[in-house]
Design a protein around this ligand. Sequence first.
Ligand code: SAM
Length: 222
Amino acid sequence: MAPNLAPNPLRTYFEKNKVGRGIWKWEHYFEIYHNHFREFVGRDVGVVEIGVYSGGSLRMWRNYFGSQSRIHGVDIEEACRVYEEEGVRLHIGDQSDRAFWRRFKQAVPLLDVVIDDGGHTAEQQTTTLEELLPHLRPGGVYLCEDIHRDHNQFAAYLSGYANHLNFQLPKPGVHLTSAVSNFQRAVYSIHLYPFVGVIQRCRQSPTEFVAPKNGSEWQPFL
Ligand SMILES: C[S@@+](CC[C@H](N)C(=O)[O-])C[C@H]1O[C@@H](n2cnc3c(N)ncnc32)[C@H](O)[C@@H]1O
């Protein structure tokens, strides 16, 4: 991917982070983050990153989303608890453990942003998606990192999700009209990038899809 030279506060923060808590990211992710996350900057948002490692990315998110944001870090390693600070809470657990997520969801209100940068196995990524996608607020964004290589099972799972967006059930009427499935009521869009998948929840659920024809001149063949 060619580097995008437009100002990006996340990339700037990362590049300046030469000493102190470590951050480990693929460089091309910063553009993807900023494209999908910028609308949440400066707002009272709930953000979770699965995969804390050396704590630097949690500080980066807090710096980016601002002082009203509530950042949650999840990691399997007890050692990561030391990164708890103002605006940043730590939750120690295994992202493939559904009982852990049940407890997490009881303790943490609905979220706006999920970033999965944890263990990166398909099982972990799938369980986390199934548990946290319903825990996103309307308009929330779910981002999963490090989907690598051919025949990746999580990539196949996401493609299945994408297929659900194409559900169509025509309704009788003047216009071409389709009923809306539960999936289409919940998921607005799915984006695939190198190593990254992004799912955006509907801000407002559609009640039907309609394709009206406007104009007075039409070819006879259709
Ligand atoms: C790539 S590092 C995270 C990097 C960090 N987000 C950053 O940007 O610097 C992956 C982290 O995921 C954690 N991890 C691995 N398996 C996990 C699991 N099953 N549940 C939760 N965290 C896990 C590891 O302990 C490690 O700290």
